[in-house]
Design a binder for this molecule. Structure first.
Ligand code: FAD
Length: 320
């Protein structure tokens, strides 16, 4: 019996990977909150190019399948623009995304304050749909879902042989990891169905990402800020900056304002250790701390977490 703690994009993708790769393993996801109440639901869900393309390839195959609409995964083209020309014009990820090219003068005309830009097609993964789709995929593989706040791993040691900890920022208490901290992000969702391209300021602070039902405008990156309520000064700042990039947004209507806390540490924690409780020793696989890139790398880290579990099984079997 294996328990996955956490039902954000990391917990559900890890649970699916394990349940599908190791059919003999009974997987239960335990979480205080499920979609639509996780940080993952707040994410813009854009695939930020990454040196490890597992997640891009995985989502691209969903885009190319009949599941794309239900999973909320689709291709999105647009521009990343820079006020100053960056030192690396042709980044390492230019071959991971599709159709990368440096923006022409004609394309840059839309952005008079910007000197340089990159045009490419990436993937948007809308977690409000994607998480439900992962839940369904997990149930099809025999997995179960339970709403429960875990106050300590000892709560799980009598019922489960393995624990997979995907509790995001919850690991600060649960795994007593004081190196984990929030980076607060606020976004607006607006009705602007005429916008079909993403626009991202290369400094990462301002972005416009069209989605299925609304356009996400961002954002903020406030380190060590735990405030979950909407800050109206942040909302006006986001709206003004986005309108500077895309003036037609002045005619858009705000549908919702959301806040999420990115679970951040120096590097994400993906490792196996033992939790000792009384005379019982239970392996824990930690998979948390994905910061501002959890959607972009979730499948890669889910595969890695599954490997940690499978390697252990192989070495245990070989000692029999
Ligand atoms: P979460 O989604 O927070 O899930 C944690 C889960 O653990 C929840 O189910 C929670 O209830 C559960 N949990 C915690 N503690 C306990 C406990 N004690 N007991 C039981 N359950 C517990 N990333 C990208 O790649 N691209 C983007 O465009 C992007 N945009 C973003 C925009 C914003 C505004 C924000 C805030 C984030 C963005 N991110 C983006 C980052 C991304 O959202 C995170 O990296 C990702 O959601 C982390 O997923 P997670 O599953 O680890 O955490």
């Amino acid at each position: 019996m294996l328990a996955v703690v956490g039902a954000g994009v990391i917990g559900l993708s890890t649970a699916v990977c394990i349940a599908e790769s190791i059919p003999s393993c009974a997987v239960t996801v335990l979480a205080e909150h499920f979609t639509p109440d996780t940080t993952s639901d707040v994410a813009a869900g854009i695939l930020l190019p990454h040196p490890f393309p597992d997640t891009f390839d995985h989502l691209l195959s969903i885009c190319n399948s009949t599941d794309a609409a239900e999973a909320g995964v689709f291709l999105l083209s647009g521009w990343q623009v820079f006020q100053e020309t960056p030192s690396t014009k042709d980044p390492y990820w230019s071959t991971v995304v599709l159709g990368f090219h440096m923006m022409t003068d004609a394309e840059l005309q839309r952005f008079p304050k910007y000197k340089f830009g990159q045009s490419f097609t990436t993937i948007k993964c809308e977690c409000s749909k994607y998480l439900l789709w992962l839940e369904k995929r997990l149930k099809n593989a025999g997995g179960q879902l339970h709403t429960e706040k875990i106050t300590g791993f000892e709560q799980l040691t009598s019922s489960y042989d393995i624990i997979v900890n995907c509790s995001g920022l919850g690991s600060r208490d649960l795994a007593d990891d004081q190196s984990l901290y929030p980076v607060r992000g606020q976004i607006l969702r607006v009705h602007a169905p005429w916008l079909k391209h993403f626009i991202r300021d290369g400094n990462g602070h301002t972005y416009i990402f069209p989605g299925i039902h609304s356009v996400t405008l961002g954002g903020t990156r406030q380190k060590h800020n735990w405030e979950m309520s909407v800050d109206e000064a942040d909302s006006s700042g986001i709206f003004e900056r986005c309108c500077e990039l895309e003036p037609s947004l002045k005619k858009s209507q705000v549908c919702s304002k959301l806040v999420g806390l990115r679970p951040t540490r120096n590097s994400l924690r993906l490792e196996r250790e033992f939790f000792v409780h009384g005379n019982r020793q239970v392996p824990i696989i930690h998979n948390y701390g994905h910061g501002g890139g959890g959607i972009s790398i979730h499948w890669g880290t889910a595969l890695e977490a599954t490997q940690l579990e499978m390697k252990k099984k192989v070495s245990k079997d070989s000692t029999k």
